[in-house]
Ligand binder design. Structure first.
Ligand SMILES: Cc1cc2nc3c(=O)[nH]c(=O)nc-3n(C[C@H](O)[C@H](O)[C@H](O)COP(=O)(O)OP(=O)(O)OC[C@H]3O[C@@H](n4cnc5c(N)ncnc54)[C@H](O)[C@@H]3O)c2cc1C
Length: 419
């Protein structure tokens, strides 16, 4: 009895580690032959950090990122709209981490190989389809040597936003949904701003900048690696190359759009110009769907619920999916009942978060409210967008996304804590 996992990304690797902890055999098929540390910064919410720490991965987190202290929203002129403490500073029993996605991914992969053995993952192996059988599931795997079929009890599709398994389940779905926003992403060695562990968003819906450090400040140079995302909404018919995390571009393509974003606490154009490689990526997600489980196959992570990267949701929810599914296997055994229990638990919340992140419900919506109501004169902020309204908006998202301090601190472990 082995659980077959398509995809060795954040969700697939966390599931592998969880199943190892539960002594449930598994095998991961990863399409990339030699995984590399790709991507830029991502955030891990305390609820996901709790899971990683309960898996004995606290040292891993400290080696690939920093503990985020606060999260602030600013106007396009650098006026503070709302700042709140994060992680331990907010009262959670676990920190929030800002990490380099690629280094975090590589560290998880190493943890899987170290703990479970190198032969529990096959790289260069793309899962291209599945069929339910009388006894479980049969998957088709493509490798350099050709394709072959593998039969076992259950398939978990953790194969990301372009999931082949989801495409088989939903043959008419097509490409991810793009609303016209383009993100240019990079990392720059620079002097950290505000607390030195601050995450900030400035601007509004169609023109904004996100930034946070992903390393501690080097005491000698006074510099840290700062992750940033410059974002603009463009004409969706303008012919941008979509759906690629790795399209490299020159900063001159967009830096002038931020030319006057020089605040007394952050010089945005200088930060952009200090970057090494810059990637262009369209802001895409997937339409929420009404089921993820088809017989002995189910979806987790981005394959199930790809969302805009605005609420620090993507990787955090992928980790929780893996843990909740593992707990369901522990309770019901590997099979349809466990998959359905996991889906019933996760899907309603995940779909709500996806929709909230698209519009008014996301935490960042406060920036457009400031833009609309102040009409360029941000000195009137307190009058037109009172403090209590800003506080209520921030609280509403935490409740919607299941991120309340009491809820996370007070819940029982999802799976038994590792020895
Ligand atoms: C290369 C890359 C870079 C990224 N960079 C960022 C970033 O900078 N910022 C950000 O917010 N998010 C980034 N993401 C997305 C982020 O990792 C996810 O949103 C989140 O972590 C959820 O993880 P996941 O495991 O569901 O998906 P992913 O992390 O996307 O992992 C999916 C895995 O499945 C593999 N795979 C795909 N198709 C198949 C198949 N048919 N068979 C077998 N394996 C398959 C992929 O190679 C990948 O390793 C990136 C994803 C990737 C793959």
């Amino acid at each position: 009895m082995t659980v077959l996992i398509a995809g060795g990304g954040i969700a697939g690797l966390t599931l592998g580690l969880t199943l190892h902890q539960l002594r449930i055999p598994f095998h991961i098929f990863e399409s990339v032959k030699a995984p590399k540390p790709l991507g830029v910064g991502i955030n891990l919410q305390p609820t996901a950090v709790r899971e990683l720490m309960e898996m004995g991965l606290a040292n891993l987190l400290d080696s690939v990122g920093i503990r985020t202290r606060d999260y602030g929203f600013y106007t396009k002129t650098g006026v503070e709209i709302w700042t709140e403490p994060r992680g331990l500073d907010a009262g959670y029993n676990w920190p929030q981490y800002s990490v380099h996605r690629g280094e975090f991914h590589m560290a998880l992969l190493k943890a899987v190989r170290d703990r479970c053995g190198a032969d529990c993952i096959t790289t260069g192996a793309r899962v291209v389809g599945f069929a339910n059988t009388d006894t479980g599931v049969s998957i088709r795997v493509d490798t350099e040597a050709g394709h072959h079929d593998v039969q076992d009890d259950m398939l978990i599709a953790a194969d990301g936003i372009h999931s082949a398994i989801r495409a088989q389940m939903y043959p008419d779905e097509g490409a991810p949904v793009w609303g016209g926003a383009i993100m240019w992403r990079g990392t720059s060695l620079a002097k950290p701003f505000l607390t030195g562990a601050s995450m900030i968003l400035a601007g509004h819906d169609t023109h904004r900048f996100v930034s946070y450090p992903i390393t501690d400040t080097d005491p000698k140079s006074g510099l840290a690696m700062i992750n940033w995302i410059a974002e603009k909404t463009v004409d969706p018919t303008a012919g941008f190359v979509k759906e690629n995390w790795n399209r490299q571009v020159d900063v001159d393509l967009f830096v002038d759009d931020f030319a006057d974003w020089t605040f007394d606490w952050l010089d945005v154009p200088a930060l952009i110009r200090a970057a090494g490689t810059v990637y262009e990526y369209p802001m895409i997600d997937r339409e929420p769907v009404s089921w993820w489980t088809q017989g002995n196959a189910t979806l987790i992570g981005d394959a199930a619920h790809a969302t805009y990267p605005v609420g620090s949701s993507g990787a955090s929810h992928a980790i929780l999916d893996a843990r909740i599914l593992g707990a369901a296997f522990l309770k019901h055994g590997v099979g349809v009942k466990a998959a359905q229990t996991y889906e019933d638990h996760v899907r309603p919340l995940a779909n709500r978060v996806t929709l909230a992140n698209r519009g008014n419900g996301g935490p960042d919506a406060i920036m457009q409210m400031a833009e609309d109501r102040c009409q360029g004169d941000f000195s009137s902020l307190d009058t037109v967008l009172p403090y209590d309204e800003r506080a209520a908006h921030a609280l509403a998202f935490k409740k919607l996304a299941g991120l309340s301090v009491e809820g996370i601190n007070g819940r029982a472990p999802i799976v038994p804590i590792a020895d």
